[in-house]
Design a protein around this ligand. Structure first.
Ligand code: ATP
Ligand code: MG
Length: 465
């Protein structure tokens, strides 16, 4: 298989010689570079399978280059060339993880043979990674990705728990995958042919949640023209997913407790008690223990829900999953956007690995989605990810108190923030060229112009001087 090779040597003659030998005998892709600093830059942009580097170079020697390259691209193989073949330098290079060293002058066959061995090794590494990924995906229920021990444990428990009807409580910070876990439990259960009905306790106002859940009879309140079925009835024989349960008011908590304990409920305004056969799953990003102390959450309800517990760790505590998740989303959004983006450059990956991700997996997903949209090559580059953007993508700062606004005001605010940030990204990408920005966004130029005016954005400030 053809691989990618970078050759670094301050002697041009050496570069020419090596290039000739390798390109005559193999079909590997070759880049030669006399300046080790520029070589490092190249590594940040694209992956290589093999680095062949001279040992003695004026500004940065081969061992130092090897060290630096390893930080960016841990899996690249390195061959060191040296005219000063002392045992010490050779040993040092091998200790630092070089694959081999060759002494100048070298024989043509020797270099070709070594390259051949490296490429076979690289292919094995790749196959191994693909196998590991396939295995991780196979163990994970449907759309969940992750290969860290803590996530593997969660996947395993999902399978075990799914076959029971035990009530499940899923906790974890925002964007850690609570809803995905709830779906996976339902899909893997014997109820999967029936419905999974989600009740979003935050979105439904206190006054209507009871009738939403339990339904109502005709004439129960003004506007109740006829009997209406509730979500509980809709979920009969399936799963009821109580999302954001921490936001449910205490009055409703009491009624829910009865449903959990007795399997019984009464539609609003009704006299007949109804029964439902349900599997309950609840999720929250609240610390319910705290809520109990503050009397916002019923302790008895907590113990009813907390039969089986999944606590999803924040992404910053399972950074080893970042590459797998990134590729998972890369595949998903490349397909959705009909683009053929295959890779993530080492420095882009490095940027992702060193990020904190307060928004957890959702934040990573948003970054990759936006990256795919802006990416112009077959590899996501660090510039496509806009990692230095101070504001988290597409959202106003959390301290603006969005949760204290009415739904309509909050939505307006989010949309304005989205327009503003999206347009800025577009203009930055197109160097302030409005036509090009409109084309990138797939909207009319006039429409973009109007949005810019509304958001008070001037294209001039994005033009590069
Ligand atoms: N392990 C995972 N594998 C693949 N995608 C994931 C994973 N975890 C989360 N996601 C994705 O991240 C996004 C957020 O996940 P989800 O909605 O399940 O989070 P949540 O914990 O319910 O967040 P919130 O508390 O904000 O409601 C979704 O688009 C989901 O598909
Ligand atoms: Mg959720």
């Amino acid at each position: 298989m053809a691989g990618k090779i970078l050759i670094v040597d301050d002697e041009r003659d050496m570069l020419v010689l090596l290039e000739r030998i390798i390109s005559e005998e193999t079909d590997h892709e070759l880049i030669t570079e006399a300046n080790p600093f520029r070589a490092l830059e190249l590594f940040k942009e694209r992956p290589f399978d093999l680095l062949i580097s001279d040992l003695k170079m004026p500004k940065m020697d081969g061992i130092k280059l090897l060290d630096e390259v390893r930080k960016i691209s841990p899996e690249v193989s390195v061959i060191i060339l040296t005219a000063y073949a002392t045992i010490e330098t050779a040993v040092e290079a091998i200790q630092k993880g070089a694959y081999d060293y060759l002494t100048k002058p070298f024989r043509r066959e020797r270099i070709l043979l070594t390259i051949d061995k490296v490429m076979k090794w690289q292919e094995m590494v790749r196959e191994n990674r693909a196998l590991r990924q396939a295995l991780a995906e196979k163990c994970a229920p449907s759309s969940l990705a992750g290969s860290t021990p803590v996530m593997r444990d969660i996947f395993e428990r999902i399978q075990q728990v799914a076959s029971t009807t035990a009530t499940v409580l899923i906790t974890g910070a925002s964007g850690t995958g609570k809803e995905l876990v709830a779906r996976a439990i339902h899909q893997n259960s014997s109820r999967s042919s029936k419905k999974l009905v989600t009740v979003n306790c935050t979105a439904i106002p206190e006054q209507v949640i009871e009738s939403e859940l339990f339904g109502h009879v005709r004439g129960a309140f003004t506007g109740a023209w006829k009997d209406k079925k509730g979500l509980v009835e809709e979920a009969h024989e399936g799963t009821l997913f109580l999302d954001e349960i921490g936001d449910m008011g205490t009055l409703m908590q009491t009624k829910l407790l009865r449903l959990l304990q007795e399997g019984e409920y009464k539609p609003v305004g009704g006299v007949v008690t109804k029964r439902a056969d349900l599997r309950f799953i609840a999720a929250t990003n609240h610390n319910l223990k705290e809520d109990i102390k503050e009397k916002r959450f019923r302790e008895d309800l907590y113990y009813r829900l907390n039969v089986i517990r999944f606590d999803l760790p924040p992404l910053s505590e399972r950074k080893e999953d970042i590459p797998l998740l990134s590729y998972h989303f890369l595949k998903k959004y490349s397909r959705l956007n009909q683009k053929d983006i295959r890779g993530i450059s080492p420095s882009a990956m490095q940027g992702l690995l060193t990020r904190d991700f307060p928004g957890n997996v959702r934040e990573l997903e948003n970054i990759i989605e936006r990256g795919v949209i802006f990416c112009q090559t077959d590899t996501l580059q660090v510039k496509d990810l806009f990692l230095d953007d101070e504001r988290p993508a597409f959202f106003p700062d959390p301290d603006q108190g969005i949760s204290r606004l009415s739904f309509r005001k909050a939505k307006d605010k989010m949309i304005r923030a989205f327009h503003e940030q999206y347009i800025q990204l577009l203009l930055r990408e197109s160097n302030g060229n409005i036509s090009k920005a409109a084309e990138l966004a797939g909207i009319q130029r006039q429409y973009l112009h109007r949005l810019m005016k509304e958001a008070g954005i001037d294209a001039k400030s994005f033009k590069q001087k």
